[in-house]
Ligand binder design. Structure first.
Ligand code: AMP
Ligand code: ZN
Length: 115
């Protein structure tokens, strides 16, 4: 997708601080961290929103969860824990139309995820 900033990050056209990469998945530091650890985990396949995930993407989505486990262990946050957020659509505030999970950790989170 030409105008997608996350596709540009995947292609290396925009720099990023990568924490994990394989053939299908990339994880990198959020440019505006909301917590001491704030990683974005994305599929390399351009999927605009969670509503566009198809049955064909089942393996990919499952693998993303396993990659998130691996990142949590590699960063040493698996014991204290983390929060995983995925925005979808205008009310959620989704800004980048390429699905991504926000992996947040390194501080005590508030009791509510809404603001
Ligand atoms: P969302 O509001 O869920 O679409 O989140 C998009 C996230 O992408 C925000 O937290 C931004 O800070 C982050 N972001 C936007 N551009 C970049 C970039 N070039 N590198 C890293 N993170 C980015
Ligand atoms: Zn994209």
């Amino acid at each position: 997708m030409e105008d997608c900033i996350f596709c540009k990050i995947i292609k290396g056209e925009i720099p990023s601080e990568k924490v994990y990469e394989d053939e299908e998945i990339l994880a990198f530091k959020d440019i505006h961290p909301a917590a001491p650890v704030h990683i974005l985990v994305i599929p390399k396949k351009h999927i605009a929103t969670l509503l566009e995930i198809s049955e064909q993407d089942s393996y990919l989505m499952g693998k993303m969860m396993q990659v998130i486990q691996k990142i949590a262990k590699d960063l040493g946050i698996e014991e204290k824990g983390f929060r995983l957020i995925a925005n979808c659509g205008p009310d959620s505030g989704q800004e980048v139309m390429h699905i991504h999970f926000h992996l947040l950790a390194g501080r005590k989170m508030g009791p509510k995820i809404i603001s």
